[in-house]
Design a protein. Structure first.
Length: 141
């Protein structure tokens, strides 16, 4: 029974990977289309700030998708990878995207401090986990 469940899980993971790849392909095509459209509309080859923020936001969204795809593959197909490192890396990219697309909106100091605290905590956690992994590798553990 356990073997059947494991096979079913692998099929579901494969389906998720294929669907994520399709979504990433479509998002990349959409990003390319937006860039071309923004470049060829007057004034030619000049982008407004709003257009740049939209492009950067979509670019970061594609990167987040790539990280999620890698997370799915590593977490469920390659059992030797440390899952926490990948999840923290995805979270760092996601919060970075949020900071990039903040735009002209008004935020209170509390919200900005909260975002800064999340970034510092994630970066610190990522650093400590990577450092531990490197030390474990040095000692042959």
């Amino acid at each position: 029974m356990i073997a059947l469940i494991k096979k079913f899980e692998k099929v579901l993971i494969f389906v998720l990977v294929v669907m994520m790849a399709i979504v990433l392909l479509l998002a990349t095509i959409e990003l390319g289309w937006i860039i071309v459209k923004d470049i060829v509309t007057p004034p030619l080859f000049l982008l407004e700030i709003d257009e740049l923020i939209e492009i950067f936001g979509l670019f970061m969204l594609v990167l987040i998708g790539i990280e999620l795809l890698e997370t799915i593959i590593r977490t469920y197909l390659d059992r030797s990878t440390e899952h926490v490192t990948i999840v923290i890396a995805v979270a760092l990219i996601a919060i970075s995207r949020k900071v990039i697309v903040l735009g002209k909106q008004e935020f209170t100091g509390d919200i900005l401090l909260g975002i800064a605290a999340v970034i510092i905590a994630l970066a610190g956690g990522y650093y400590l986990i990577r450092r531990r992994s490197e030390k474990a590798g040095e000692h042959g553990e």
